[in-house]
Design a protein around this ligand. Sequence first.
Ligand code: SF4
Length: 656
Amino acid sequence: MGFQETLTYLYGLDRFGMKLGLDNIRALLSRLGNPEDGLRFVHVAGTNGKGSVCAFLDSILRNSGYRVGLYTSPHLVRFNERIKVSGSEIPDADVVRLTEEIRPHAEVLAEKNKARHPTFFEFTTAMALRYFLEQKVDAVVLEVGLGGRLDATNIVLPEVAVITRLGYEHTEHLGRTIVRIAKEKAGIIKEGTATWTIEQPGLEAIDERCRELRAPLRLVGRDLTVSRQPLGTDGQRLLFTGSRSWDYRISLLGTYQAENAALAFGAVQELRSLGWRISETGVRKGFLKARWPARLQLYGRYPAVVLDSTHTTEGAEKLRESIEELFPKRRVHLVIGLLSDKDLAGIASHLSPPCSTVIATQPRTERAYPAERVARAFGAVNSVRIANPVEDAVEQAISMATPADVVLITGSLYTAGEASLHLEAWWKRCALEVIRRLKKMYLPGDFKTAELDSALGKIAREREDPFVVLVSTVISQRTTDTTTEAVAGQLFARFSSPGELASAPPEVLEDLIKPANFYKTKARAIKNIALRIHNDYNDVVPEDMKSLCQLPLVGRKTANCVRVYGYGIPSIPVDVHCHRIPNRIGIIRTKDERATEEALKSLLPKEHWLEINELFVRHGQTTCLPIRPNCASCKLADMCEYNLSRMQIAQENVSA
Ligand code: SF4
């Protein structure tokens, strides 16, 4: 089977419906050798916030050095999102292989009784567990699919259980009162297993189950409290207080993320008490780096384009609170599409007040409300439109928004998934537009290349020798382009091959490169580099990133320079300009140059990788200066966050 055929088979398992009960999954896993027995779990149930708690736990454990399997559902765009190891989705080939391996077992179970055929969720749960065992993960963060007691994931014995905030969802299966729903979720609690939850309605049912099973119950709100300080669209600062105080930052937006983070932190403390080595740095980095798509996910800031997937009444109330806090007094254009089993009136009552426009839409599923029905529910809003498909609705909202407005896209995961694909493409178009305009700004004829071109580019073009590029790049570290050029010229006039440089007396090398900063360290490094290339690589500079980065004073940026300018391999050498400018414009949001390289690579097609360094260097040296950039003469001014935010602040000052 190919990948598409495999997906068709897997989605076809939907015809076996949703079976609440553990007999099927037990039988299937037993035929597969019970992979769950070789794994350690954190099990997460609840109505709201499960995914975010899982994202925090996954990130914290990974940043503490654990290899983590993450199983979540449903997916937003691709099936593979459901099963991740160390942050990477399961490859297509493994989905195909595991489906072929598990399918005969599923069919044997169904031979005598068709009703025993595993469902889609049972099948994929078995696939995930088998994959995690193969991948030798140290820990699995496992999200319940529906409820808890009878959910297919409930065959595990976790180290700690987490129950997030409860709400009214799937009441036809779980019960119509919060206590009944709580009882179902409490089904994941096992004998003696510590359980973290929140002080909330329905708690008595969780408490009762914990008492029955002598499972210690810990509460956010009693054993651990959390207070938050919003940091605008940069995230939030959280202060936890328990046996002592802890101060962390998270990047996820939304007032409700504070209690999700507290639950994750509670679970981490529990794991620590069981002997897991979870470092303080791991927790800090894990909180900061945790991402969860389509939960107040920010695409742009001017206008702010926010992708969300709220589809419950409680969620809508929290979403409104978060939007009002993040973007006070800004006009909101809402794009919304919902499934027909949702409380449309309840959601509309919470989301109508902050909106100046509503664009009702209908995602591509028979289960969705018609857009007209959604539009009617938002009758209280002045301007209500209908646009199908979701992509058109998003496009309309973005085109009507001024830089000061907010475009909020929310509703079912189907709506979010369709919007997400469209926004990814839109974002890539924005990045390409930046490149297009920069190329127009810096036509060769308009530009005094000889004066302004980067020294590295010039040297490389003149010599085109990877060894020259490598040594010149080392010299250029913390040294001006003019000095680099002069020093490299002197050095190569005297020693032109790795062999010659390797046997050069150190004091001669130091003397030749003396005008460069840190010349003694660099002279030593150059000699060692030359020695390694002469002895280990037969005088040929290696092309691959790993070998290059093993040379003294060679990091990714230097290695990329060699690959680009020495070998013409598409890559992105990220220097200060290449990091500063796209972050200022807002097409990426990265903390360091390595992350910038990765972000730019995923944003731009390969054919532009070679030129973007040059373009950003030129722009950084002439217009987008580190201090006092010349925005008035910049052709990117109308799409640059840095400039638009300055204009917005100026406007606010005037109106104040
Ligand atoms: S508008 Fe200003 S900050 Fe933005 S890229 Fe241009 S010069 Fe740089």
